[in-house]
Design a protein around this ligand. Structure first.
Ligand SMILES: NC(=O)c1ccc[n+]([C@@H]2O[C@H](COP(=O)([O-])OP(=O)(O)OC[C@H]3O[C@@H](n4cnc5c(N)ncnc54)[C@H](O)[C@@H]3O)[C@@H](O)[C@H]2O)c1
Length: 355
């Protein structure tokens, strides 16, 4: 661990300098690491581990709606019968079981996975959901195994992309139960092996509360909602789709958010006009006070278990996959995002790099 100053608050973190990939290989050399699930996280984490020299096997259902993911694993070079197996068969082989099914499927499949746990195994999560809301999920691990978490703070797509480009996605990590005395090393080794940027400590509870708040809030829910609201206002006042989209999304993604990433919000403000700065500083206050109660209520509902209850209830419905797909289709087919497709198609092509 190394102490780092985060805006005046000292925190312990782990970087690849303190815990190298070689160390991760050493810690994991006698383990059978199994990714239970080859979804967005399962694919990214296991490919990164494979490229980092860790022996991994995949557990993935093969039939019906799950064939898509089985085929994806085969296309990625996993070999059926060698390092790709149906879920339970793979779970039986693993000593370090990475529970990377959807959170609802973790609840449904728990009795089967629990039956494969042997004394000294480790059960790994990338989300605190199943453990924290155990009254809703029934996921209560036996006392003779390690229970650990590494939660990437990004989509699995970015976990893979950033690994490939040499950077990484930061991850939180924690040991919930240390039955073997090796749990902390196992967690750190996995965090580094899956391509974590830096690793910061959390608890299962803090991880799930912050994650559910973040994705419902600024990362996804609030983001989509506020973009739609501004676009609608511009359109209702006679602005063209091109103008409304450029002023709402394109300028954000192509220009301003990149400046925020580069050097924070004040830097982005400094690189905009004085007119923009004066107005934005005033309106930031109004937006913050309008949304603060919404965020406070969101956090309360998360902590009360209401958000997870809704997820578990909705995902039980026989037509839920179709309903989710329909809702996303409706979003994608809205005028704003159709305008987005057109705007992207009009972006000048970047010149190809010279070999
Ligand atoms: N997606 C992300 O970017 C992300 C980020 C951080 C943490 N997480 C966490 O990682 C874990 C995995 O999430 P994901 O987004 O990769 O999920 P996903 O939906 O992409 O994949 C889920 C996997 O579960 C399997 N599955 C689903 N229902 C099943 C069932 N009834 N029986 C058997 N298998 C079933 C699928 O075949 C697939 O392999 C979750 O705990 C999630 O909260 C996800």
């Amino acid at each position: 661990m190394v102490k780092i100053d985060f805006g005046g608050v000292l925190e312990d973190v782990i970087t690849r300098k303190e815990f190298t990939v070689q160390k991760a290989q050493e810690v994991l050399k006698d383990e059978v690491v199994v990714s239970l699930g080859y979804g967005i996280q399962g694919q990214a984490q296991s490919l990164n581990m494979r490229d980092n020299g860790i022996k991994v096997i995949i557990g993935q259902e093969k039939e019906g709606v799950f064939k898509k993911e089985w085929d994806k694993a085969v296309a990625d070079g996993w070999v059926p019968g060698e390092n790709l197996f149906p879920l339970e068969e793979a779970a039986k082989k693993g000593t370090l079981k990475m529970f990377l099914l959807t959170d609802a499927a973790q609840k449904a499949l728990w009795p089967k996975i629990k039956a494969t746990l042997k004394k000294g195994d480790a059960l790994y999560f990338s989300h605190g959901f199943s453990i924290v809301y155990k009254e809703q999920t029934g996921v209560i691990p036996p006392a003779d195994i390690d229970v650990i978490l590494v939660a990437p703070k990004g989509s699995g797509t970015s976990v893979r992309r950033n690994f490939v480009d040499g950077s990484g996605i930061n991850c939180s990590f924690v040991v919930h139960q240390d039955a073997t005395g090796k749990a902390m090393d196992r967690a750190k080794a996995l965090g580094i092996a899956i391509g974590g940027g830096y690793l910061f400590p959390t608890t299962f509870e803090k991880e799930v509360y912050s994650d559910l708040t973040g994705e419902r809030g600024t990362l996804m829910g609030a983001l989509a909602g506020i973009l739609e609201a501004q676009y609608n206002t511009l359109r209702a006042n006679g602005h063209s789709p091109s103008e409304a989209f450029n002023e709402t999304v394109e300028e954000l993604t192509q220009s301003l958010i990149r400046l925020v990433d580069e050097n924070d919000m004040d830097w982005m403000y400094c690189n905009c006009s004085e007119t923009a700065r004066i107005g934005a500083l005033r309106w930031k206050e109004r937006f913050r006070s309008a949304t603060q109660p919404v965020f406070d209520s969101l956090y309360e509902l998360v902590a009360a278990g209401e958000e997870t209850r809704i997820v578990l209830e909705k995902s039980k419905a026989p037509d839920y996959r179709q309903k989710l797909a329909d809702e996303l289709k409706e979003m994608g087919n809205s005028e704003m995002w159709r305008a987005g497709t057109t705007v992207r198609s009009l972006r000048p092509e970047k010149p190809k790099k010279q070999e």
